[in-house]
Structure formats: structure tokens, C-alpha cells
Design a protein around this ligand. Structure first.
Ligand SMILES: Nc1ncnc2c1ncn2[C@@H]1O[C@H](COP(=O)(O)OP(=O)(O)OP(=O)(O)O)[C@@H](O)[C@H]1O
Length: 240
């Protein structure tokens, strides 16, 4: 589905992403974890086209998209949500979706597809509510619906569980599993370990922009290097 080959992004002397190889198969939920500043969001920026690569290649659905403009990547079936919520508060839920529809250059062609995106995000009952009146978790659901309105094949989620309580995280997990069931591939950046470990088919771990491990959730939890770099503190804080 998507393959990164020797991908790097440098900011001056800072190697935010350093020679990264990553392969996500169709239909997987793939977790990307690592300490703060390890290059996770930058990786999503490189895949979605918000940042140009310093070097390397990205192939998506057997096409080299390394230098493709952002809107063309959306047209190919890539969508993302952001760590910081980016909604239009004075607009309704539905109007926020319509903005995504326009931005996606017609990918979300019908009313029915937009309703479907809302339903998948668990927000159909709030269609006419102003975005500003939504709870924090609902605002994140609207972000998700907006990404889904472009009918993505690959969905990039940047810390979707941040600020959510346990019940909201459980609902998010169910939603992600339903999306996988419907054929959407997901690349998940997340610090909430109970979600990443519970929902991912595979996980890669970044540290200082480099991949230090990749495997199933149980392989990752058992990896001594990962525990040292990152998991120790997070496992204790987040796992049931
Ligand atoms: N536009 C930029 N200019 C300079 N440095 C940047 C820029 N964007 C990111 N960086 C640096 O690149 C490194 C990787 O940042 P990135 O945001 O990708 O990490 P992250 O793993 O997503 O962190 P977090 O978990 O805190 O979100 C950090 O050291 C960051 O300061």
C-alpha cells in the first residue's frame, strides 16, 4: 500500500527523519511510536506532502508520490488528521465536511458519502451542531469524518486519542477496527499505549529519526532496546 525507502528530512543539522524504511500493507493498522521529537509527525508530513523530502522515495499504490503535490496525494486516496484540531468553529459539522469535500477536489462526490463518513466517525447525530459546541472528543471525531469524507485508502492519524478519557479511547478503538474492516489502511501515530498495542497489526519505533524496532505489539513490548528508549515509562503509565 505505502512504502518509504531511505526517507530523510533534515532541518539544518537536525535529522528529524533519518534514512527511514517503512512498509505498510493494505488493510493493516500500523502503529508508529517513539519519544517526543523522534520524527513521527514529520514522517506523516512527508507522506501527506506537507513537507518535501530531503532524500529518499515514497511509493503509494505502486506510484512514486515523492514529489507529488499535497492535493494530488489526496486525489490518490491519502488523508490525515492533525495533532492539533483544525476545524472551523462557527460552521456546523456538516459545513466542515463540505469544506473537506471541496478541498478534496470532488473525491467525496455525494451527500451519501459524506453521511457515511459522519456515521463511520460516530457523529451522524450531530450533523447540524456548530463545531464550536462539540466536546473535545467529538471535535476529534469531526476531524476523522473530514478525513473520511475524501474516501481515503490510507488514513494517517496523528495522536487521535490525545485528551480522551478511557471510554472515548475504547470507542475510538472500535471505530478504527470498523474502518480496517471496511478496507481503509491506517498509519497511527499515538502515545496512548493501550490503544496502539490493542489495535495495531504491526508497530515501528522511532528514536532520533531512526527506526530502532519493528514487529507485532507483543514483539515490540518485549524488545529491550524499545523498553529502554521509550516503552518503560509509557507502559507503566498507560497499560492496563
Ligand atoms: N519545521 C521544523 N523546523 C525545525 N525543526 C523541526 C521542524 N519540525 C520538526 N522539527 C524537529 O524535528 C524533530 C522531530 O519532530 P517531530 O514533530 O516529527 O517529532 P514527534 O515524534 O512527532 O514528536 P511528538 O511526539 O512530540 O509529537 C524534533 O526535534 C523537532 O524539533
Amino acid at each position: 500500500m505505502i512504502e518509504l525507502t531511505a526517507v530523510s528530512r533534515h532541518f539544518g543539522g537536525m535529522h528529524a527523519v533519518d534514512n527511514l524504511d517503512l512498509k505498510v500493507a493494505r488493510g493493516q493498522i500500523f502503529g508508529l511510536i517513539g519519544p517526543n521529537g523522534s520524527g513521527k509527525s514529520t514522517t506523516l508530513d512527508l507522506i501527506s506532502g506537507m513537507l518535501p523530502l530531503t532524500s529518499g522515495q515514497i511509493h503509494f499504490c505502486r506510484q512514486d508520490i515523492s514529489r507529488l503535490a499535497l492535493h494530488k496525494r489526496v486525489g490518490c486516496g491519502l488523508a490525515r488528521t492533525f495533532q492539533n484540531i483544525r476545524l472551523f468553529g462557527p460552521l456546523t459539522v456538516w459545513q466542515n465536511l463540505r469544506v473537506a469535500h471541496n478541498a478534496a477536489a470532488g473525491r467525496a462526490k455525494t451527500h451519501q458519502q459524506m453521511m457515511q463518513a459522519l456515521a463511520l466517525a460516530g457523529l451522524a447525530h450531530k450533523k447540524d451542531e456548530l463545531a464550536a459546541n462539540l466536546s473535545f472528543a467529538e471535535q476529534r471525531q469531526l476531524e476523522l469524518a473530514r478525513a473520511l469524507a475524501t474516501r481515503p485508502q490510507l488514513l494517517l492519524l496523528d495522536e487521535p486519542a490525545a485528551g480522551m478519557d478511557a471510554a472515548e479511547i475504547a470507542a475510538l478503538r472500535q471505530r478504527m477496527m470498523a474502518l480496517r474492516q471496511s478496507g481503509v489502511t491506517i498509519l497511527l501515530v499515538e502515545h496512548v499505549m493501550e490503544l496502539v498495542m490493542g489495535v495495531s497489526d504491526r508497530i515501528a519505533v522511532l528514536n532520533f529519526g531512526r527506526k530502532i524496532a519493528e514487529g507485532t505489539p507483543s514483539e515490540i513490548q518485549a524488545d529491550p532496546q524499545v523498553r529502554e528508549a521509550y516503552l518503560g515509562a509509557h507502559l507503566i503509565a498507560n497499560l492496563p
